[in-house]
Structure formats: C-alpha cells, structure tokens
Design a protein around this ligand. Structure first.
Ligand SMILES: Cc1cc2nc3c(=O)[nH]c(=O)nc-3n(C[C@H](O)[C@H](O)[C@H](O)COP(=O)(O)OP(=O)(O)OC[C@H]3O[C@@H](n4cnc5c(N)ncnc54)[C@H](O)[C@@H]3O)c2cc1C
Length: 348
C-alpha cells in the first residue's frame, strides 16, 4: 500500500514536517539517511547539519541552562546512553536534533535509517528507491535533504571544526571565542562579504582572503567590504594551513600567494568559510525542477510546492538564502500542511 506522506531527510525541516504530518494522522514514513563513510565524509549523516556543531544559541526555547535531567527524561534510553555528556550552555546541536527526532517518533512517525538514491515522480503514486534496494510508493513526498557547506578540504581545517573553523557567521559569530578577536573569512562572493560584514560587528579585524585581485561580489557588496574599516582585504592568497593548538583552537592561518611562491601567516581566532553550499539533490536526477545552483525550485510564492504536484520541499534543500535551523523547521511545518491540504484535495 502506498504511504500517505513520505519524508526524505533528517534535519529540522524533516522532523518538523514529520511532527505535523503525524499529528494530522498521516502516518509519515521518514528516510533519515544512511550511516555510511560517504555520508560521514560529506557531512550528511542522519540528524543533519546541526548535529555537526556544538552550541546552538539562536534556536528559540533553549535559554542557557542545564538540560541534563530533561534529556534523560525525554529521550529513549538506547539513544541517550550514546550521547556526549551535556555541557551547561543551553542546548547543543546533537541534543536539539535528538529531541526533534524523539518528538516525531512520539507521535508515531516511522523512521528508516537509509538513503533514498532515486525517485520516479512521473507516475502516481510516486516511487522511491532506497540504497538497500527497497522500493516505496507514496502519494505525497516532502524533500528535506538539506545542503552542505563547502570546505577547502585541508586536514588542519577539519581538525579545528567547532574550535575556530566555521561555515556560518550568523550561527557562530557571536560566540565568546570570536569576540574582539581578529578573524579570517575565505571567499570573494556576495555571501563572503555578508559574512565578513556580519563578523565585523564582533571581531577586532576581519581579513577577507581571496585568491584573485578583485572580489566576485556585486559592486554594491564589494563597496560595502571596501568601505568597512574593520575589513581588510587580502588579495591573491589561498589558505595553506589552519594554525592552532588543542588547547586554544585556531590561532591563525598560513597563506599561500597565488602569484608567487611566498607564504605568510596571519594571527586569527577563527576562520569562516564562505565558498558556497552544495544542496543534497543529486538523487533527484532531473525529476524535479532545480535552480541553476541545483537547489529545489519552490514554484508558488510562500508555499512549498515544487514543479511536481504532490511533491513539496522544505529547508536548506530549497532555501539558499536564510539557511537557519528555525527557518528550516518553519518550512518543514509549511510542507506538512501543504501536503495535508493537497492530499485532502485529491480525496486521498
Ligand atoms: C557547522 C554548522 C553550524 C550551524 N549552526 C547553526 C546554528 O547555530 N543555528 C542555526 O539556526 N543554524 C545553524 N546551522 C545551519 C543549520 O544547521 C541548517 O540551516 C539546518 O540544519 C538545515 O536543516 P534542513 O532540515 O534543511 O537539513 P539538514 O540539516 O541539512 O539535514 C539534511 C539531512 O537529510 C539527510 N539526507 C540527505 N540526503 C538524503 C537522501 N538522499 N536520503 C535520505 N536522507 C538524506 C542527511 O542526513 C542530511 O544531513 C549550522 C550549520 C552548520 C554546518
């Protein structure tokens, strides 16, 4: 029998969609992604991007405090026993994601820990193919597979993630470790300028490191970078290595010139990547309309409809602008309501 609502993904968008769909008696089935080496390397393990970070200070409802007892009380024991001990800073990314998943489960959401690798949206009920070989039929589908931040791929960058290396200024810029300290932003497009501008509110200096001698950003954004007295542009350089120690995290970067063999070091307490994101849409093939940057295209303003009737999208997989947990959760709620109303309209 075909599923009523099938959800692909496991970030805030997917779990919020599942909570709403389950409470509407739509008995959602979630494929949350597989635990594989590939997903580990890509940062696409179950629970999504937020599971890759430590403190989450901007998700409403979690002021600073000790959540230990609440976590013990609300999570299934088999999940809780494998989690890191709670730090007294409000909520961590993994804790928040486990709580969302648990809430979806409590309302009857069924969860399979596997990837969807192919879809057929030409026929209805839709057909979905899992990496295990399972085939699923569904009347409505919510795609909530998120996106992943692009990194440089340096081993030193990897070892300082969450200890000074970040790919989200809005998420991490206000953390105490970055306040009144010199910071580095890598990139030269509009979003790099936005990140640098945002960080300049907290940092002593923001070094924008760009491999060319001019920004790729639009003129208005490039002017913003040039006019901001706290932003220093470092032209014609790439990051050779992130410098730091186990105790202090990031303490600087070594730069490699792109015009000669010279190298130099900059002192910095953080390095922010602003070299784009990759949406997790490869498994869709050409079955859904994508934007030129390969995000799922929302086709109706203020709705989560896609180019295929009955298929909805939520979170970072369709949103290349806000990219926040709370906005992903918001569009997850919208997608579940859109799916519910669409199914009712079809008499399903
Ligand atoms: C390091 C870091 C720190 C951040 N900190 C904050 C913060 O403090 N506050 C904030 O608001 N935002 C923060 N963000 C951004 C936030 O994490 C994202 O905006 C949010 O997680 C997007 O949620 P999502 O539901 O769209 O999907 P994602 O969180 O991207 O999760 C999608 C998941 O779906 C699964 N999936 C993908 N493809 C498939 C498939 N084919 N089949 C099955 N499953 C699949 C994978 O498990 C994938 O991880 C941070 C991001 C990063 C990278």
């Amino acid at each position: 029998m075909a599923e009523k609502v099938f959800i692909i993904g496991s970030g805030p968008a997917a779990w919020t969609a599942a909570i709403y769909a389950a409470r509407a008696s739509l008995e959602p089935l979630v494929y949350e992604g597989a635990i594989t080496e590939d997903n580990q390397m890509n940062g696409t393990l179950p629970l999504g991007q937020l599971a890759l970070t430590t403190e989450v200070e901007n998700y409403p409802g979690f002021p600073a405090g000790n959540l230990e007892a609440y976590l013990d009380d609300s999570l299934d024991k088999d999940i809780r026993q494998f989690m890191a001990p709670h730090q007294k800073e409000g909520v961590s990314g993994p804790e928040l994601m486990e709580l969302m998943r648990q809430q979806a489960k409590n309302f009857g959401t069924r969860i399979i820990t596997d990837d969807i690798v192919k879809v057929d949206f030409k026929r209805h009920p839709f057909q979905l193919f899992a990496s295990s070989g399972d085939e699923i039929e569904a009347h409505a589908v919510i795609v909530a597979t998120g996106a992943r931040a692009n990194y440089l791929g340096l081993p030193s960058e990897d070892s300082f993630k969450n200890r000074g290396v970040s790919a989200c200024a809005v998420c991490d810029g206000a953390l105490p470790r970055f306040r009144d300290k010199p910071l580095v932003v890598v990139g030269g497009g509009d979003s790099a300028v936005e990140e640098a501008d945002y960080l300049s509110k907290f940092a002593s200096t923001v070094y924008m490191v760009h491999r060319r001698d001019a920004l790729r950003a639009s003129k208005i954004m490039a002017d913003r970078a040039v006019e901001n007295k706290k932003i220093e542009l470092v032209w014609n350089h790439t990051i050779d290595e992130v410098l730091g120690s186990d105790t202090d995290g990031v303490t600087g970067v070594r730069l490699q010139s792109t015009v000669d063999d010279s190298k130099k070091e900059i002192e910095a307490s953080g390095m922010f990547l602003a070299i784009g994101h990759t949406p997790n849409t490869a498994f869709l093939g050409d079955k859904l309309e994508l934007t030129p940057k390969k995000y799922v295209r929302w086709t109706v303003p203020f709705r989560t409809n896609t180019s295929v009737e009955g298929v909805f999208a939520a979170g970072d997989v369709a949103d290349d602008y806000y990219r926040q947990a709370v906005t992903a959760a918001g569009t997850g709620c919208m997608a579940a309501l859109d799916a519910e109303r669409w199914l009712a309209g079809q008499g399903l």
